[in-house]
Design a protein around this ligand. Structure first.
Ligand code: GTP
Ligand code: MG
Length: 336
């Protein structure tokens, strides 16, 4: 059966029909004809959802936390969309069975939509794909979109860049603090969750993260300490002047301990509009460039389809070198 045209799917999304949401996500993810028109039509209806990225090492408790946070938000009367991303998995759509099992109690809850994405070679990049899906959910009236991604490598950092707010989940006893520093996670985290607080060493890890934040703050704000917010353990030393707030929250996701504080931290951070506005410009710039990059690559491949085999043959026979061949093809495209 042919997929309905994009405008029908867009209407379905606006009418909050989960089936239309799922089909439009598939269309946009696989860049089927009409995806841009659909995103363009939906864009004016976006901007209301709070998009939260949740990342951290495998097994840290991200899915359990996502589940708990969703339940709390649903209890507050909010609708929640969840995007589970596994950049290392070649499967998509029905993947992440483990996550689905762990999230089973919210799977059937009204007002919750769960989608798995595991598209390593995603067209246009995984970060853009996550952004697109988040927007579709936003337009479908989901108040909160939670993007869970596994790991603390570059791919995961890229994915959570699609979010307005980033939660990094750590657990005691795994050298997580060192990993965080190495991966450059420090710069992107808005909230650190020290999960499995029922395990020994949780408080030590909290202190370690707090002191890393303090060092980073001193580093960043050498000249103007007065304009800085000390980002540690709920301390808001600067009142209205907060320019950089990072919360550290201890949780036990299995028992639900600490979840209300985490949800409060999320709500409070979204209530600080100044910081969000400052990064909106940078993020828009990044997104436009990513879209242009993806489009350029596609255009180049299509336009060069005819001349590429010949150029490749010449290089293979060593009649020319790949550098000159590439230059010649770029000239053909009018780019030099
Ligand atoms: N003791 C304890 N166990 C926890 C806690 N949170 C999660 N777990 C357990 O840790 C295991 C992994 O939890 P998940 O929520 O699947 O972790 P995850 O980070 O989503 O895992 P991946 O998606 O596979 O990276 C499960 O067996 C959970 O029950 C916690 O606070 N305390
Ligand atoms: Mg998980």
């Amino acid at each position: 059966m042919a997929a309905p045209p994009w405008d029908e799917l867009v209407s379905g999304v606006v009418e909050r029909r989960p089936r239309a949401v799922a089909r439009l996500i598939t269309m946009v993810e696989s860049r089927e004809p009409g995806w841009q028109e659909a995103m363009r039509a939906l864009y004016p209806r976006t901007g209301d959802a709070r998009v939260v990225g949740i990342t951290g090492p495998p097994g840290a408790g991200k899915s359990t936390l996502t589940n708990q946070v969703s339940r709390t938000l649903v209890a507050q009367g909010r609708r929640v969309g969840i995007i589970a991303v596994d950049p290392s998995s070649p499967f998509s759509g029905g993947a992440l069975l483990g996550d689905r099992i762990r999230m089973r109690d919210i799977l059937t809850a009204p007002g919750v939509f769960i989608r798995s994405m595991a598209t390593r070679g995603s067209l246009g990049g995984l970060s853009q794909a996550a952004r697109d899906v988040a927007r579709i959910l936003d337009a479908a009236g989901y108040d909160d979109v939670l993007i869970e991604t596994v790991g603390v490598g570059q791919d995961e950092v890229d994915v959570v860049r699609a979010a307005d707010l980033v939660i990094v989940v750590c657990v005691p006893g795994q050298g997580d603090a060192v990993q965080i520093l190495k991966a450059g996670i420090m710069e992107i985290a808005d909230i650190f969750v020290v999960n499995k607080a029922d395990h020994p060493g949780a408080h030590e890890l909290t202190m370690e993260i707090a002191s890393m934040l303090e060092l980073a703050r001193l580093d960043a704000c050498d000249d103007t300490p007065a304009s800085c917010h000390v980002p540690a353990l709920d301390a808001d030393l600067n009142g209205d002047e907060a320019v950089w707030r990072v919360d550290v929250v201890e949780t036990c996701a299995v028992s639900g301990e600490g979840i209300p504080r985490l949800v409060d931290a999320i709500t409070e951070q979204f209530a600080e509009p100044a910081a969000a506005k400052a990064s909106a410009h940078a993020r828009a710039r990044e997104e436009i460039l990513a879209l242009v990059d993806a489009e350029l690559a596609g255009v180049a491949r299509r336009r060069l389809a005819a001349s590429l085999p010949e150029a490749a043959a010449h290089v293979a026979k060593m009649e020319t070198d790949p550098y000159s061949a590439a230059e010649q093809l770029l000239a053909e495209l009018g780019i030099q």
